[in-house]
Design a protein around this ligand. Structure first.
Ligand code: HEM
Length: 264
């Protein structure tokens, strides 16, 4: 009953366009998710203590403002949402936002925070990175390049893991050839897992306190666990100063699914 009311309420709000304005054409999402030179921000939020105490109809109305803000910024940002609630002790929801300009991401987050839903969000952390052309892959063998391009297992990969990484000053001081040899070992160890683990790398040096944000999607968490164990054995790992803190584990959901989960 509540669910039916909830769906109807949300649909009514969305059908007319939340701000009563025509809905803007979206960004080229595919391009933002594949091109180099794109900003990627990871914003993690926890719901405040009030959230569970307010009436469910009020919760539903407030959640509709989330959808409104997402729609309002579709022209400049591509937004992915992940439910952390139930899997994380310190956060409920993760936004991954891509844009050509970081200020577009900032504008989205400001509007989100000032929306009726956003006022219930406590920021648990924000990380920023930039996508770049591969540094080491161009020097790899043609076979390795082909293996890296080989298509992943099709089908849904509902779990998402985000791990910030910082490397030591020693790593950055090594000559490129030594770095390349170690990154090749990293890749050889990781390649067997490419079938079930989809990856994306963001560079954060200078933009954040970390050097990289690593992002993964998988349906096989056990494979991911084995993958990290394998990578911890390669020499390159000795130059990693921080891995995780936090490691974020969540489930990829549409805006509607997140709204439905948080309405309960
Ligand atoms: C499917 C599994 C994986 C594959 C095939 C893979 C492959 C690669 C490749 C080819 C690069 C070099 C990119 C370039 O040329 O710039 C790279 C970089 C990197 N990978 Fe992985 N990787 C995997 C999983 C992981 C995991 C699980 C982590 C850590 C949790 C990780 C952390 C990193 C980091 C931090 C870099 C950047 C290193 C640097 O530029 O110094 N990777 N990976």
């Amino acid at each position: 009953m509540t669910l039916v009311f909830f769906r109807t309420a949300i649909c009514c709000v969305l059908f007319v366009g939340f701000w009563g304005a025509p809905v803007a054409a979206g960004v080229d999402r595919e391009k933002l998710l594949t091109d180099p030179g794109v900003y990627g921000s990871f914003a993690v939020f926890a719901l405040d203590d009030q959230w569970g105490k307010i009436d469910s109809s009020v919760r539903i109305a407030r959640l509709a403002t989330l959808k409104g803000v997402v729609e309002q910024h579709r022209e400049h940002v591509a937004i992915d949402l992940y439910l952390l609630r139930g899997l994380s002790d310190h956060a409920d929801v993760l936004f991954r936002i891509h844009a050509m300009e970081l200020h577009h991401i900032q504008a989205f987050l400001l509007d989100l925070k000032s929306s009726q839903f956003g006022r219930h969000l406590k920021t648990a952390g924000i990380m920023h990175g930039l996508t770049k052309k591969p540094t080491y892959v161009p020097g790899f063998s043609e076979q390795m390049k082909a293996d890296l391009m080989s298509s992943n297992e099709v089908g849904q990969k509902p779990y998402v893991i985000v791990i910030p990484v910082k490397k030591s000053a020693e790593w950055w001081g090594l000559d490129r050839e030594k770095q390349a040899t170690m990154m090749q070992e990293h890749t050889v160890a990781a390649l067997p897992y490419l079938k079930t683990v989809k990856r994306k790398l963001y560079h954060s040096t200078g933009l954040d306190d970390i050097d990289f944000i690593t992002y993964f999607e998988t349906s096989k968490l056990e494979d991911f666990h084995q993958l990290v164990l394998s990578l911890e054995k390669v020499k390159e790992f000795q130059y990693v100063r921080r891995i995780g803190h936090p490691t974020l584990l969540g489930v990829l959901q549409s805006v509607d699914e997140v709204i439905e989960s948080l309405a309960q």
